[in-house]
Design a protein around this ligand. Structure first.
Ligand code: SF4
Ligand code: SF4
Length: 88
């Protein structure tokens, strides 16, 4: 059975929203010199999360600090990452 139109629209909008990310790694600690242990860099110099589908929850940084990974939306309206594609 075909997916209802609203579900298709929702998926399309979610993909467009995620595609806006510049993959700079700032929200994963890259600019603090203590990034999340799950942060990886691809051959093109862009960052990605190794556990993206299961990222929400507690994780550790390279130095061992515990922190909660939250959806970027939850940080509105005060995104602390200047230059972030979602920063307003
Ligand atoms: S778990 Fe969260 S903070 Fe860690 S790399 Fe993935 S998205 Fe970034
Ligand atoms: S700071 Fe913004 S643009 Fe950079 S990786 Fe995080 S969500 Fe994407």
């Amino acid at each position: 059975m075909d997916k209802p139109e609203y579900l298709k629209k929702q998926e399309k909008e979610q993909k467009e929203y995620e595609a806006r990310c510049k993959r700079c790694g700032a929200c994963c600690g890259m600019k603090d010199n203590d990034p999340c242990l799950n942060l990886r860099k691809d051959g093109g110099g862009k960052y990605y999360c190794d556990v993206y589908e299961n990222r929400i929850g507690m994780h550790k940084t390279v130095s061992g600090k515990e922190f909660a990974c939250v959806p970027i939306r939850d940080l509105y309206p005060n995104l602390p990452f200047k230059g972030c594609a979602y920063y307003k």
